[in-house]
Design a protein around this ligand. Structure first.
Ligand SMILES: *Cc1c(COP(=O)(O)O)cnc(C)c1O
Length: 422
């Protein structure tokens, strides 16, 4: 089935229930068992069904099925936020003493997760160069459990060398995890390029209007085979789980990665989405493809305007001819579309602040992926605690302005930026 059809129909049979055209919200904590045998079968995985909403929920299940198919994956697991999806994806493969190789161009929340929180759990990180991954292989050791990167990084708007990452991962049998939040499953499918696990913050473009926080983990088909072949590196999938009466995940005919997150991490930590948020995200998913096209075409028009403006010193947008990442966007992303993030530079810190303060349609917000256009000055907000050296390595200068282009008419967006610049 094609994506636009999956986003609207997968996983829901309106003939069950009362024929509701809109998917019902299963706003419930627990589920009644038919009898004690039914309960025992559910707990023993002999039969699949709902036990408790911390583990599964029928509304969330439809969202998961749709996301799995949109990402060409075998299964998906939804979480309460993008941050918890990333934490679970890592905690599912690594523990104290292990390390993860991370890209040098990541979302700030992921940087603090890796450098501070996971460090306290004994999981260390080594950073590789996102753009060419030339140093990636030299960082691999026997305790390396994952390679983590973003397909279109927020906020740097960088695109990695995906073939190189996959080549190194396959050579050593290491799980790759791609945060595909900004590209969305509409522009890019990491699994089709050989990536094992995809994570998203669905709070951004998937929601599209900034109303629901959410995250999702998607796994490729065939990971049980991978875990059997690489059992020395990933013993927890092929040996009995004492916390689940000796269950061996690779013996279960269900996609193993999400199964283990659900049966251990969701069970024990419980960053589960509220059924109502899953329902909101289901509504949003129906229009994701047309929104991403409009975000992208709007952003290209704004980027072209900025490039032609005499007060703008430089523009970064991978959809723009001549951009550092233009060729990669053409190669990896559907129709070369590049989503809605743009950054540009003016001459002075004062001028950057003036542009931010003079914009009227753009809201000063540190989010992305909203239908409303957003503007931010990283040096005085998100990155204000960094030294000049740190700013440089984060790709932020005092004159950088970031935009998340929304769904308004591009004529009005350009007019607003024009008056703010003059
Ligand atoms: C926002 C974001 C996250 C975190 O997601 P939340 O839903 O805010 O927890 C992770 N990765 C990227 C690329 C993001 O933009």
């Amino acid at each position: 089935m094609q994506k636009d059809t999956i986003a609207i129909h997968t996983g829901y049979d309106k003939k069950n229930g009362n024929g509701e055209m809109a998917i019902p919200i299963s706003q419930t904590t627990a589920y009644a068992f038919r009898d004690s045998e039914h309960a025992a079968n559910l707990f023993g995985l002999k039969e699949l069904g709902s036990i408790y909403t911390r583990l599964t929920n029928p509304t969330t299940d439809i969202f998961e099925q749709r996301y799995a198919q949109l990402e060409n994956g075998a299964a998906a697991l939804a979480t309460a936020s993008g941050a918890s999806a990333i934490f679970y994806a890592i905690a599912n493969i690594a523990e104290a003493g292990d390390n993860i190789l991370i890209s040098d161009k990541l979302y700030g929340g992921s940087v603090t997760l890796f450098h501070f929180t996971l460090k306290r759990f004994g999981i260390s990180v080594k950073t590789f160069k996102n753009d060419d991954a030339s140093d990636l292989e030299s960082l691999v050791d026997e305790n390396t459990k994952g390679i983590f990167f973003e397909s279109l990084s927020n906020p740097q708007i960088a695109i990695p060398n995906i073939e190189k990452i996959v080549e190194v991962a396959k050579k050593y049998g290491i799980i790759t995890i791609c945060d595909n939040t900004v590209a969305t499953p509409y522009l890019f499918n990491p699994i089709s390029w050989g990536i094992d696990i995809v994570v998203h913050s669905t709070s951004k473009y998937t929601s599209g209007n900034g109303t629901a926080l959410g995250g999702v983990i998607v796994e490729r088909d065939g990971l049980a085979e991978f875990f059997k072949q690489n059992s020395a590196r990933y013993p927890h999938f092929t040996t009995p789980d004492a916390s689940y009466h000796g269950l061996v995940y690779t013996d279960v005919p269900l996609p193993n990665f999400c199964l283990r997150v659900r049966l251990s991490l969701l069970r024990d930590i419980g960053a589960t989405p509220a059924p109502f948020n899953s329902w909101l995200l289901i509504q949003s998913l129906e229009t994701l493809s047309i929104r991403v096209e409009k975000h992208s075409s709007n952003a290209l028009k704004v980027a072209e305007f900025l490039k032609s403006h005499p007060k703008v010193k430089s523009v970064n947008y991978p959809g723009l001819k001549g951009d550092k990442y233009f060729d990669k966007a053409q190669k990896y992303f559907k129709n070369g579309l590049a989503s809605g993030l743009i950054s540009f530079e003016v001459s002075t810190f004062e001028e950057a602040k003036k542009v931010i303060d003079s914009a009227k349609l753009f809201s000063v917000v540190v989010n992305i992926g909203d239908s409303k256009s957003l503007i931010v000055h990283p040096a005085s907000t998100t990155h204000s605690q960094l030294s000049e050296e740190e700013l440089k390595s984060a790709g932020v200068s005092p004159v950088t302005i970031r935009l998340s282009i929304g769904l308004e008419d591009s004529v009005d967006l350009i007019e607003d930026l024009n008056q703010a610049l003059n």
